[in-house]
Design a protein around this ligand. Sequence first.
Ligand SMILES: Nc1nc2c(ncn2[C@@H]2O[C@H](COP(=O)(O)OP(=O)(O)OP(=O)(O)O)[C@@H](O)[C@H]2O)c(=O)[nH]1
Ligand SMILES: [Mg+2]
Length: 471
Amino acid sequence: MSALKFAVLGHPNEGKSSVVSTLTENERIRISPTPGETVRCNTFTIEVEDGSTLEIIDTPGFQNPSATLAWFEQWQGDETEMVDAYINAHRNDPSFHHDLELMIPLKDRAGILYVADASRPLREGDRQEMEILRLIGLPRLALLNFKRDNRDFLSEWEEALKRRFNLIREFNAHQATFDQRMELFDALQHLVPDQASALKNIQNQMQENWQLRRQEAVSDIEAMLLRCLRHQVKVSYQEAEPLPAQQAAAIEKYQEDLKRFEAKTRKQLRRLYHHDTLPGDDGEIDLVSEELFAEKVWKLLGLSRSQLMVTGMLTGAAAGVGADLATGGISFGVFTAGGAILGGLGAWVGAPKLGNKKIPFPGRRKWASEKVVVGPTKDPQLMYILLDRSLLYLLRLMNWAHARRDHETFLTGLSDEAGLVRAWPDDLRKLYLQWMRAHSKPGNSDAAPLSRKFRTELSAWLSTQSQENHS
Ligand SMILES: Nc1nc2c(ncn2[C@@H]2O[C@H](COP(=O)(O)OP(=O)(O)OP(=O)(O)O)[C@@H](O)[C@H]2O)c(=O)[nH]1
Ligand SMILES: [Mg+2]
């Protein structure tokens, strides 16, 4: 066997391209319910930091397993020349086109990953394919890809495979998480011991890269939170317009801005995980795609009264206000006109008193240059919700197998109970509150160390998250 190369082989439509797509984090490989989608060999390369590469080769499915097996069985010559001879013998027969293509990487002595959908019954053609691969004699690993949730046929598959393959592993191409991909790398090292150290080197770097990406994701999220925390909308006060309308417009702009910051961060995260084509939101009602200020989001992701009190950020009375406001939509920000607090649109500044203080008096020039101001927010609840939504989105993204093409369901599966920050240990929630406080005041010397601590802890927490829960 030459350089690090594995060919993915099997019957048509079993999930070969899906396996390649997930292993190489390539969401653009063609995957289709119609058998015969892949008609040529396509090489996809995993390249790691030190320049080492691993080639994964997608191939068309076997077309004529019975005739091919018969040809291999009658072969009398040298085993190493068998594949070349087969290709030469069928070169001019278009009905063997796929069979010839799939043999190409075997000429180069690639290792074999044989993909089989073990949720269906075994057929004679499958036995013939397995037998062909056995006769070719290269290191071969059978990957059981369950397209449906049915294990009734597993034992007959295992029985047929174990006599012809060096190793058998389950690998669900549409659900595999990063850890499961790494388990497959462990298996590859067993399969080709003479290349184990080169494979281990690549695996180690992939793991480091995964960690780095997690840290980068945390940094992106922190940057967005900071931007939201400090954001302020100032609109020049127009004497001709009624003040409440101007306030409403300023609030709306503030909300739109925050949603834009969120959307931009989601895009960065998608790029980081090679999922550029997944949606940022889908307009459905759920915790992540529902718009940020929807009542449902606040009900489900907002912290409970006692959680707010534990963090020490609210007194009992204020927590009561917070709980009411959380379900009422707008509840954030210091809202001022002419520098005076007009209404506390949030728990932080008390019950709304919109417009009953120092409203500019129309016609008085002194007020003509005053502004309607929304933000920076003083509402930790908003900040907790922003964080929660980012984490829900991120975990979903990290665990979304690249083979999946049902993008319309990307955000819809998140359960109503999925608030993550609610389930955090108090210490971590407190740390975030300290982060908020430190960053609320410009020039605070605590801000940088708290940022570092927050990022480290958040990254550590993310690494402990059970991946299955979010895929
Ligand atoms: N639910 C589910 N569907 C799968 C899985 N793997 C493949 N499929 C579906 O099976 C069909 C075929 O998948 P492909 O990856 O294109 O299979 P292939 O073996 O490359 O097919 P050909 O190129 O036609 O030989 C597609 O509709 C996939 O969405 C899986 O693990 N789970
Ligand atoms: Mg294919």
